[in-house]
Design a protein around this ligand. Sequence first.
Ligand SMILES: [Zn+2]
Length: 289
Amino acid sequence: MRTLQLLSLSLCSALLLFSSRALADRFADVQVEATELAPGLYMLIGAGGNMAALTGDDGILLIDAQFAEMAGKIEATLSELATGQALQVLVNTHFHGDHVGGNAKLAAASRIIAHDNVRKRLQADSNFPAEGLPNLTFNDQLSLYMNGQPVLLTAMQPSHTDGDSIVWFKAANVVHMGDLMFEGRFPFIDTNAGGNLQAYMDVTRHVIASIDANTRVIPGHGVLTNQAGLERELRMMEATLAQVQQYKAEGLTLEAIITRGLGEQWQDWHWNFITEERWIRTLYQALAD
Ligand SMILES: [Zn+2]
């Protein structure tokens, strides 16, 4: 009995050790790639949600913070891009861990701005460090003036979550969408945190109508895109929603629709987090709402 307990204990710690190593390895080979979109304005890709950085005499404005494990690499990249400049302001586009995980390590001494509900949700999470909580919140619009240009934060209706913001760099004609855009893949609608597919589609339509063919669009995940990329994503959402609606009208159950699938045309949008099956469940649920 005792031997068995000891054995299971050591098996547990071996598994724990394995999973923490697997987690550390996940970030070991990740590099932070910076693309300059305008003088001093960069898109940064690493692990987790894409970031943007605006550098200049007023210091650094960073949009999103990826995971805590990425903080050292993000800092190293920022100091290469903006030697001697400190991070002054961090904006969180929403509360998900792959966008706020680095808050405390990167920005404990900075202004951290987000939608009211981002602070509420993070505060309710006992594992989230208090020094990483947003310390300036809003629920409509906020204009920042940094490094010679206006930066407009706009709260969106609950769509990916109930605390989504979009960040506009109007002078550079760049918009950071947070997770209101998953480039070339099925989007995640976090219905447990107030997300809503119809609203997500409305936000996509709103942004398409607000930008032009030259606007650079930073998606929450995936590569830099534009108005045509947003239109492509909207067509995918509309077409797959209509398809599931039709299957439902024909009397197919959710399980039958999953078995039938969405067809060859949408296979490229499937990815490890939002699989075709999970996307069908999201569509089906949206039709039941
Ligand atoms: Zn997210």
